[in-house]
Design a protein around this ligand. Sequence first.
Ligand SMILES: [Zn+2]
Ligand SMILES: [Zn+2]
Length: 341
Amino acid sequence: MRQLTCIDAGKLEWREVPEPRISGDGEALVRPLAVARCDIDRLLGAGLFPLRGPFAVGHECVGEITALGDAVRGLAIGQRVVVSFQVSCGRCTRCRAGHSAVCEAMPTLSDYGMQPLSGTEYGGMLSDLIRVPYAEAMLQPIAPQLEPVALASVSDNVPDGYRAVAPHLAARPGSEVLIVNHGLASIPLYAVQAAVGLGATAVDFASDDEESLAMAERLGARPVASDFAARPPRTYPIVVDAGVTPAGLAYAIRATEPEGICQSVSFHPGPTTPVPLGRMYTLGVRLHVGRCHAAALLPEVVALIERGALRPQAVTTQVVGWEDAPRAWLEPGVKLVVQRA
Ligand SMILES: [Zn+2]
Ligand SMILES: [Zn+2]
């Protein structure tokens, strides 16, 4: 079968690879129909993280189930499903607690399309088939009337934006929210959608990127242009740190009110990142850092989309055909989706 493969920094090509096969009775094979580009994918493809040889690309998709192991219940061949980008079992203590990103049955960072980070190849979604080791835990069926292209990013970035605000708005209903975008693309915009949809009284969006500010405003946020050098104009009970720079993180923490929460969805790549612990201690600012628990979040996120409370397609900026993937994948843009003809 064909698989989009990153063969070197900035170089993608279709490669012929062996078809995956079912090797356990809880597994599934899925044929990706629409694949979205995660905010980290351009960084991976550009070689920002050291490459360990060619790797399969893509970890967000809606696909069609083509084969199921004998023990799988509640799923059917031909069904359209969102696939969790993280491989997780659904049965261990951590998965049952909702912490599927750190499933005890799998090594850390067991993700599709991210071999440069983990060193292990789980396959990529820009291919004709992917193997899903724990079908019941990792696949979430979608209503037949929903378009695969609209939900392709629900594997990862959509629930990432959702979880950035959902638990905090549940604990403090109606709070005002600030989202600080310093270098990510779609995740902070999905966070805007979620905050608006979950009843935040106001959503402010700070960024140094004009396209991002304009999109956030269209989604219902108030734009706050900032280069993150100046102090934030005010403080908020809930702040989302979404980016890649220490200056952006410092701004987000500074914008968090006393006893407020700063939720970081950032991947800060260095071995250490400066954090103003003295200020946070004095004011009781809580900083929560961690990955999105994709498989655990899929049922509630898909339910919100099915009743129209979240519209991930509003963040999509480009849709291209399958054959255009090698050319389009590394181009700039907020949200690219690749659609099979
Ligand atoms: Zn991702
Ligand atoms: Zn598990």
